[in-house]
Design a binder for this molecule. Structure first.
Ligand code: TXA
Ligand code: MG
Length: 408
């Protein structure tokens, strides 16, 4: 009958999810998939060979642990009680539950951009490579329906770091993943652009007071409102890390979020005349090698013309929901006066503001787009990060991308 035919007909989406799930169960090459924060590079978290595939594809240092993704609290429960479905004696010991401090956060933010740290149980099914020798693991339940369907279809917890090549800005589209990892992975599930644009907030409730290990998609002020989290401390550093200090989230000691270009971040308190002077100086100084520049504006910077009066930088202000390619104005050559030896310069102006949600959404895509245009320097307008929302995550990523090049 027509309806049985209909019922058995798979949609292209469900076929793609099935194919990805089958690869995750059987292949040792990772599969990239969309989440609401950034794209993840997934592997079956219970199989060492497949988890090793993640580190290999990304060229990630093996002492940087991965985040586990679950589709449900039931899946997390099974992870915490590895023997209960195999051993008949398990009824004698009470089941391990998620520590109660996390209840308020899970109720409020799951599924979503929040990763919690839990003790890895004895007899854990997690491959040891996932936790890279820590006694804890990080876990989150993504809100992306495609991500959750994939985990459900695979029927395994998925280990997944961001699906970029190590040190590069995290990917927020399937094209970004392809750019960094094609040839190294089996498949990319394309779910369009990630909505949030920065990674999940990582919190540790196993210590007292609880701590934020990485700022991210859930604002610190939001977390502070939850029961048990009123006194949460900030355990990350934005600036150049002191190498003598052991970071609590191992990923934080590495070079991160870096495009090829130099990134110069101006703190939001920078005086406009100071910014103009700095950019003009770079443009005139051929020793710096700034032949092509990119400008990422967020809020207050006016058009590029003001930044570099000798340059005519075109600017188009478009809604941030537009693809990033459309946000980039066509290049206009900068006329260099009095320096006949210098090359023609190009300036590209990208506007990703004004609110922090759109800045977070467009940030990594803007850095990547300017890299593709081969700019030598990217000047970025910072935002105040005391606002308690995504601004802290945005400035954290930018300070890391800029390395030592922070301008007051
Ligand atoms: O939004 C996200 O979290 C994305 C998507 C794909 O879910 N994933 C992500 O993973 O950003 P990754 O690997 O790029 O970042 C994981 C961070 C690292 O800073 C790592 O050191 C930290 O989480 N982490 C993982 N397990 C940890 C643990 N047991 N204790 C402390 N930090 C941990
Ligand atoms: Mg990452």
């Amino acid at each position: 009958e027509w309806w049985t035919q209909e019922r058995n007909q798979q949609t292209p989406e469900s076929k793609a999810i099935e194919e990805a799930a089958e690869l995750l169960r059987s292949s040792d090459l990772p599969v990239a998939f969309p989440t609401e924060t950034v794209y993840g590079l997934g592997a079956d978290a219970t199989r060492s060979a497949s988890v090793q595939g993640i580190y290999r594809a990304k060229q990630r240092p093996s002492d940087n642990p991965l985040i586990i993704h679950v589709d449900s609290l039931e899946m997390l429960d099974r992870l915490l009680n590895p023997s209960s479905h195999s051993s008949p004696n398990s009824t004698k010991t009470p089941p391990i539950t998620v520590p109660s401090i996390y209840k308020s956060l899970i109720d409020r933010f799951w599924p979503g951009a929040l990763t919690i740290i839990l003790p890895n149980p004895s007899g854990s099914e997690l491959a040891p490579e996932v936790t890279s020798k820590l006694t804890t693991f990080g876990v989150r339940m993504p809100s992306s329906p495609l991500a959750r369907l994939l985990i459900h279809a695979t029927d395994r917890p998925l280990a997944a770091p961001s699906a970029n090549a190590s040190t590069k800005p995290s990917p927020t589209t399937a094209q970004h993943v392809y750019h960094d990892l094609h040839g190294r992975i089996d498949l990319i599930l394309d779910g369009g652009a990630s909505g949030v644009g920065v990674e999940s907030t990582v919190v540790d409730g196993l210590c007292d007071p609880p701590a934020i290990l990485r700022p991210g998609g859930i604002g610190i002020e939001e977390i502070r409102k939850c029961e048990g989290w009123e006194n949460v401390t900030v355990a990350y550093k934005d600036g150049t890390l002191d190498v003598k200090e052991i970071p609590r989230a191992p990923g934080m000691k590495y070079r991160h979020y870096s495009p090829k270009a130099r990134v110069v971040l101006f703190e939001p308190t920078s005086s406009p005349s100071g910014v103009v002077k700095h950019v003009q100086h770079d443009l005139r100084d051929s020793a710096i090698g700034a032949h092509n520049i990119g400008i990422i504006r967020t809020r207050n910077w006016k058009l590029g013309l003001e930044l570099a009066p000798e340059a005519e930088i075109a600017s188009t202000v478009k809604p941030v929901s537009a693809p990033i390619e459309d946000l980039i104005s066509f290049p206009i050559p900068v006329q260099e006066t009095g320096n006949p030896s210098s090359r023609t310069k190009m300036a590209y102006d990208v506007y990703i503001g004004p609110d922090t949600a759109s800045i977070a959404h467009g940030l990594f895509a803007a850095l990547r787009a300017l890299d593709d245009l081969d700019v030598d320097v990217i000047y970025v307008e910072g935002v105040p990060d005391q606002e308690g929302d995504l601004a802290a995550a945005v400035m954290n990523r930018l300070r890391k991308a800029a390395g030592a090049e922070l301008r007051a």
